[in-house]
Design a protein around this ligand. Structure first.
Ligand code: ADP
Length: 286
């Protein structure tokens, strides 16, 4: 199997599969008295890319963290559709983890959430962080295999083979034994992306993946994300790179004050937003 095959979701043809992969309704989150998410509704179709843009502090990162179960939401629902035969989560279960076809995850945060539900949610997506968040005391290869082996309990030999193929794909084979501090920011972020892919998630979440990089290193990382989008990965990307969002996303959502003010076709939203708040935000940037 080629590295491209390894990282490519293949389960898009199942007629029984729902068109949406992720559906979020009325998501709310406060930190103490600070109400950060007012009520967030969003939907991501299978194989689709949603870009979240908006001012700093508007709640974009919190949305991603809630989607990934890194933060517990105070209210609202998150649903992740069942994996269809052949897609990444299905491939994982075929190796012995869980059932043959993981069911739809539905969490209603108004009710009491169970650890099992949260584990189910965490299992469906993988996050790529702004500051890479690699384990500093582990090598590149150890960083990549940690989650699949320790959390997903997959066989180390199989995971290692897959990790090496993914590292090869992003040109980092010769860095497999290096530590994060020995790598450039761009290389660390490519490891961050490989680490996410190695989890075989249904959904990739990117939190400003290039904003910590030196300008000359941004292009490589954006190209890799674009390649993954072209291969049909489902993604939510928080980004300040509007040009990139226009190129890669199927839909852009403008977030302000903890809610989605406007969403739509990238070209239309960037060129001719409907809401004044969106217009003002874009005006400041462009
Ligand atoms: P954005 O990604 O749009 O810049 P964030 O989601 O990071 O926005 O932050 C939104 C708000 O939530 C900010 O006011 C931030 O200070 C607050 N916030 C985020 N995470 C925490 C946390 N763990 N504890 C307390 N406040 C937080």
């Amino acid at each position: 199997m080629s590295p491209a095959d390894l990282s490519q979701p293949t389960g898009q043809g199942d007629a029984a599969a729902s068109a949406w992969l992720l559906r979020v309704r009325g998501l709310r989150k406060s930190f103490g008295s600070n109400r950060v998410l007012e009520s967030v509704d969003l939907t991501v179709g299978r194989g689709r890319v949603l870009a979240l843009i908006g001012p700093s502090g508007s709640g974009k990162t919190t949305i991603l963290r809630c989607l990934n179960g890194l933060e517990l939401s105070d209210g609202g629902t998150i649903e992740v559709a069942a994996a269809v035969s052949g897609d990444r989560a299905g491939a994982v279960t075929a190796t012995g983890r869980g059932t043959a076809s993981p069911a739809t995850v539905t969490i209603d945060f108004a009710a009491k959430t169970t650890p099992k539900q949260l584990a189910g949610l965490r299992d469906r997506s993988a996050m790529v962080f702004q500051h890479y968040n690699l384990f500093p005391h582990k090598t590149v290869l150890q960083n990549v295999i940690e989650g699949p082996v320790v959390v997903q309990r997959r066989p180390i030999a199989e995971v290692t083979t897959e990790a090496l193929a993914l590292l090869d794909r992003v040109g980092l084979t010769d860095k497999q034994g290096s530590y994060p501090f020995e790598l450039s920011g761009g290389q660390q972020q490519r490891v961050g992306i490989v680490r996410a892919l190695a989890l075989r998630p249904q959904l990739l979440l990117f939190d400003e993946p290039t904003s910590a990089l030196d300008p000359e290193l941004v292009g490589d990382v954006l190209r890799l994300i674009k390649e993954l989008a072209d291969e049909g990965w489902s993604m939510v990307i928080v980004t300040h790179e509007l040009e990139f969002a226009r190129e890669v996303a199927h839909e852009i959502a403008f977030v302000d004050g903890g809610t989605i003010v406007e969403r739509g076709d990238p070209k239309q939203l960037l060129r001719n937003p409907k809401q004044e708040r969106t217009r003002q935000f874009l005006h400041r940037l462009l």
